[in-house]
Write a protein of this length. Sequence first.
Length: 159
Amino acid sequence: MKNQEVDCGCDQVKQPLLAMDEALDFLLNAVVINTNTHLVSLDNSLYQVLAQDVCSAINVPDFDNSAMDGFAINLKEDQVNTPGGVSFEVTDRIPAGSIGNTLSPGCAARIFTGAPIPQGANTVIMQEECEASEDGSRIEIWRPLSLDENIRPMGNDIQ
């Protein structure tokens, strides 16, 4: 394919570029605000814009839940932001749709995406970041930990 010269492009602009303020004013003055509204069924609402907020009577989800497969942990205060090498006893397994037992400080529960966060848990660590003992009764994490990791709060999707 042969390159062709064309009469356009950045180097072919015939008029000077606008200053930032001028360009912004031009764009803002070109905006037309449409205040006309009409009611449509949900089936016909594709490509429509809401005229007012829609509020829900319920929170969705209605519980804090895990954003990923991993371990829910009751992180003690002195374990927050430590350099790593922290060990936890695994005391529970919480699949999605199940409610786990209360976690004691320094304990962990195997948890799966969408499962409710058990009482006492204050962070979820991705399974890829955990080293499990051979029998699965303990995990070790080799990076600094912080509170509220990978926890989707109640009402995160709709409130």
